[in-house]
Each structure stands twice: as C-alpha cells, then as structure tokens.
Design a protein around this ligand. Structure first.
Ligand code: PLP
Length: 378
C-alpha cells in the first residue's frame, strides 16, 4: 500500500544522501580508536562529519557531542547539569509542555529531592518570559525549555529567556531541547545562548540512533558514559560511524534545500485551507509558529480511532506525540481545551516534500472518517 505521510514530527524518511553516506561508511568499518590506517580513516570521517554538524548548528566542532538520540541529550544535560550546580540548590524550572524526555527526567529528579516548577503555556502553546522571571529563585540550578513544541508547533522564546535567566544569575544553567526546531526554525548556538542544546538526527532525514548534545564552550559538563574516553572523554563508547555519516549527510542535504521553510509553511497553509472548506466541524487548535506542525480537532470524535481509520487507508497522522501510546496528550491538556476538543485532537506535520495531492488525499479521508465515525456531539 502506498503511504501518505503527514507525521514528519514523529520521524522522517532517511534521505537518499544519508542512505548513501551510511552505506559508504559501513564499508570503511575500522574502529576510530585504532591506530592503523583503517581506524585513522574512520576517525577522520567522524572528524569531518562533526564539522558538518557543527556548521548546521552554528557552533564549533568541539561543542558537538554525538549521542544516540534527543532523549539521551536531554537526560545528559539535565541530570549532569543539576549535578554540576548542586551547590546552588535543588530547584529546576521547565515548562508543562516539554517532551516526555524532559518531563520524565524532571519527575525522576523530583523523586530524588529536587523541586520542579512547570511553567504553563497560553492557549497557543506559548510561554510568557515574565512567568519564568517570576519563578527564578536563588536556589534555581537549571532551566530547561524546548525551542519548538512537538505537538502544537509553538516557538518558545528561548533566546529571550536565556538572557533573562543569565541577567538574574549567570551561574544558572540553561538547557534547550531543540529537537523539533533543528533546521526548521533559524537558530544557532550563539543566537540561543543556551549552555546545552539537544538535537536528534531522525527528525531531519538521518537514520534513527544518532543525535547530538551541544555543550557551550567553557561549561564543564561531566561525562555521561564512562569507559574508553571517546567524545573527548565525555561519552564513551565506540562511535557509531555509519549513523554519524548519515547525520552529517542529512544536515547537508537539508541545508541545501534553501526554500524548505517557506515550502513547508505553504503546504501546511494549503492543507488547513482545504480542511476548513471540506470539514465545517473541524477546528484549528493552533496553526503553529514553526512551519512544519499544526494541531486541529474534530470535536467529539476519538482521535485514536480517526488515526487508526486513516492509517488503515494508508494515511499517517498523529493523535499527539508518538510517545504517548494512547494516553491523552499533556500538551493539549495544558492548553485548557474543552474535553470534546481534547478527545478529537490531531497533529499534522509536514515536510517540504509534502504535495497538494497528498494534502487532498488527507482531506478526503478525514471527511469520510467524520461522516462515518461516531461522534459524542451528534
Ligand atoms: N524532544 C522533542 C521535542 C521531540 O519531539 C522528541 C521526539 O519526538 C524528542 C525530544 C526525543 O527525541 P528522540 O526520539 O531522538 O529520542
């Protein structure tokens, strides 16, 4: 069955350039730590790819630490960040709409005696910097704020918040989960100003199993994995040379698509317009600030059922973050939506490769689902 894909925030297809780079790297199978030519060749590959990833993120190669995924980067930065600042206190600030990789890490730290303040979003999923200013305390050790929300596409004012936090106390560490913002909204390590930034390869056309944590020069983060001393002693373990090659190639291929952001925004606008025309009962929860994500609802319908029915027809959308596995989304709940809206909430996410034909197929399938499925409102 051919697949019509509107779930690019969950994951993306591996780009042909990344696939080619992976296959090439797999053939040069040396261990980068080995001292003979096969190993040195692999080490040179990792060095070159780190430079490419650093260029995509606007930082130096020395600030890039390869990880297995965005979840690992988030865990590393938050857990080791609070440890680094343990003398400051045990207060953490984050937002109520972070990904589970941040929220569950914070909950784990709460069980270990930390106190966490969860900033509430407005109806569009945005965070007010003044709420952060009011939450800062002398014992605040770390702030963790995402750049782009993965369910509603809101862009959070990270750069402004970093300035505000550092003006209050420059020793408070700032972590940004930029997994959904990477190459989707313009930013660099310098423009954000955060101490730690996490990104993930599989959201930009790289294979799964590779990500990066950027650690600002001068911040003395402690190792996450101890062992053979790879990643400058910070994250031991033989480097996944093929995934790293795929990650760098995906960064390059994405950056080469200079019109990707307006193209993505245009296909999202087209889809929303067509949905609006075809389905009068459909409501837009938020159009999303980022070009690739929006959230809509069919009030009174069960979004899991809609997602399953569309999936059976070969159309992939999401009832929220792919990590929720059927549980109601904490993000949609945090927006204060009425229950029928929460029940029917759907996330649509796009790529520059999404077409109008695909959007038309999605609209027709949703229209049919709305006409045939049971709604609690009728
Ligand atoms: N943070 C955000 C905002 C995400 O959207 C995701 C994945 O959906 C993650 C973190 C986790 O990234 P990974 O799947 O690479 O662990």
């Amino acid at each position: 069955m051919s697949v019509t894909y509107f779930d690019y925030a969950a994951t993306t297809p591996v780009s042909p350039q990344a696939m080619e780079a992976v296959m090439e790297a797999l053939q040069h199978f040396g261990n980068p730590s080995s001292r003979y030519p096969l190993g040195r060749e692999a080490a040179q590959g990792v060095k070159t790819h780190r430079e490419t990833v650093a260029r995509a993120l606007g930082c130096t190669p020395q600030e890039v630490y390869f990880t297995s995924c965005g979840t690992e980067g988030n865990n590393w930065a938050i857990r080791r960040g609070v440890e680094l600042n343990r003398r400051k206190g045990k207060h953490i600030i984050t937002t109520a709409i972070e990904h589970a990789a941040v929220l569950e890490t914070c909950r784990d730290l709460e069980r270990q005696g930390y106190e966490v303040t969860y900033l509430k979003p407005d109806r569009e999923g945005r965070i007010n910097p003044q709420d952060l200013a009011a939450a800062l305390r002398p014992d605040t050790a770390l702030v963790s704020m995402m750049l782009v929300n993965n369910e509603v596409g809101s862009v959070l004012p990270v750069a402004q918040c970093v300035k505000l936090v550092k003006a209050y106390d420059k020793t408070i560490l700032f972590h940004c989960d930029a997994v959904q913002g990477f190459l989707k909204v313009p930013y660099t390590m310098a423009s954000l100003g955060a101490d730690f930034v996490s990104v993930s390869g599989h959201k930009i056309g790289a294979p799964k199993g590779i990500g990066a944590l950027l650690v600002k020069k001068g911040v003395r983060l402690t190792p996450y994995l101890t062992g053979g001393g790879q990643e400058n002693g910070m994250r031991s373990g033989t480097e996944p040379t093929a995934q790293i090659a795929g990650f760098a190639a995906a960064c390059q291929a994405t950056m080469a698509q200079t019109d990707r952001l307006p193209r993505t925004a245009a296909i999202k606008a087209y889809t929303l317009q067509k949905l609006h025309e075809a389905l009068p009962q459909l409501e837009v929860i938020t159009q999303g600030d980022a070009p690739h994500i929006c959230a809509v609802t069919l009030p009174g319908y069960k979004s899991e059922v809609v997602v399953r029915v569309l999936g059976d027809a070969g159309i992939c959308i999401s009832s929220g973050s792919a990590c929720h596995k059927g549980k109601p989304s904490h993000v949609f709940a945090a927006l204060g939506l009425p229950k029928p809206w929460l029940d029917g909430a759907l996330r649509l996410s796009f790529s520059p490769a999404s077409t109008q034909e695909e959007a038309d197929r999605l609209v027709a399938a949703l229209k049919e689902a709305a006409a045939t499925l049971f709604t609690t409102l009728s």
